[in-house]
Design a protein around this ligand. Structure first.
Ligand code: AHZ
Length: 300
């Protein structure tokens, strides 16, 4: 099967569809790779990255943060093949806190009816009545990640941090980026100016903790577009998950907030290790973005 990407004439993805045992197809006792020049490897990587930077310098939607909320949002938005979606993730490894359940345990608990999202993305779980359990949180994250990254209209820029927002007349119009290692070292080096991505809509899904948590809403507060930033309240699973979904919204024109950044913004309780609200908040954020873009959405 050959899939032709809509992005560029040169990017043709090849999936052989050959399910045969690959180890039967070569000699492991006398194995040789096809030849390659080192410079070709360099050029193949650089060319594609630079083409992506050119292509995504103007995006329809920029999603900041590839945790469970940001990835769920990307999944929902990428169903529209006409949207160009950039995901900016400061970490080398996307996934945020969703590689583990809680306190470094493996399993991920999801309260119903968010299991319907798992059905859609084909993540298996154990049905426990009012909730379901995925054997490994990493199974959720790796599955959603692999599906999102296969979409031709999505580009992940990892190891890249959003340092600031583009704001014109009170409307968020894009993001200011830098290599994450640079962003973390501004105080040790002289000025290292950033790059920019213009976007019709920015979705901020930066979570609540770490040096860059709640980047989007903290910046909005510092420029007076958000008056109060109380930070998340103490844990109350039942209240927290409903509230995070309820408060997911376009907080100022051009900027939608999702996931635990919502709890930071509104002082909602944290839910701890139950993840359903992240999926549904991400989905809702996608529909807020569609609405802001003037496209059909499911908010009503
Ligand atoms: O690296 C961050 C993480 O992957 C990334 N990020 C943060 N600031 C960034 C910036 N530029 C680029 N300035 C940035 N990337 O955003 C991602 C956030 O993922 P997360 O898993 O921390 O947040 P989430 O809202 O998707 O999921 C929260 C999960 C939690 S926390 C919690 C509790 O503390 O009670 N409970 C749940 C379910």
């Amino acid at each position: 099967m050959t899939i032709t990407s809509t992005q560029t004439a040169t990017s043709v993805l090849h999936l052989s569809g050959n399910q045969a045992d690959s180890a039967d197809q070569y000699n492991l006792a006398d194995f040789h790779f096809a030849p390659i020049r080192e410079s070709i490897v360099a050029r193949e990587m650089v060319k594609r990255y630079m083409e992506d930077m050119l292509e995504y310098a103007e995006s329809d939607v920029v999603i900041v943060g590839a945790g469970s909320a940001g990835l769920s949002c990307a999944w929902e938005l990428s169903k529209n093949p006409n949207l160009k979606i950039a995901i900016i993730e400061q970490s080398v490894s996307p996934g945020g806190g969703a590689w583990l359940g809680g306190q470094l345990f493996s399993a991920m608990v999801v309260r119903k009816p968010a299991h319907k999202f798992l059905d859609e993305v084909e993540v298996p779980y154990e049905d426990c009545g009012d909730y379901v359990v995925i054997k490994h949180a990493a199974l959720f994250t790796s599955t959603v990640l692999s599906k999102v990254l296969q979409r031709p209209n999505v580009k992940l820029f990892n190891a890249t941090a959003v340092e600031d927002l583009i704001v014109r007349n009170g409307t968020v119009a894009g993001v200011v980026t830098n290599w994450a290692l640079v962003a973390l070292n501004h105080d040790t080096q002289s000025c290292m100016d950033p790059n920019v991505i213009e976007a019709k809509v920015v979705v901020s899904s930066c979570g609540h903790d770490g040096p860059m948590g709640a980047t989007g809403v903290k910046r909005l507060q510092s420029i007076g577009l958000v008056k109060k930033l109380p930070g998340m309240s103490c844990l109350d699973m039942n209240a927290a998950e409903d509230k995070v979904v309820e408060y997911t919204r376009e907080v100022v024109p051009g900027m939608i907030v999702t996931g635990m950044e919502v709890a930071e913004l509104d002082g909602a309780p944290r839910m701890g290790p139950t993840f359903g609200a992240m999926f549904i908040s991400g989905q809702k954020a996608a529909h807020c973005a569609l609405k802001a873009l003037g496209l059909p959405h499911k908010l009503n």
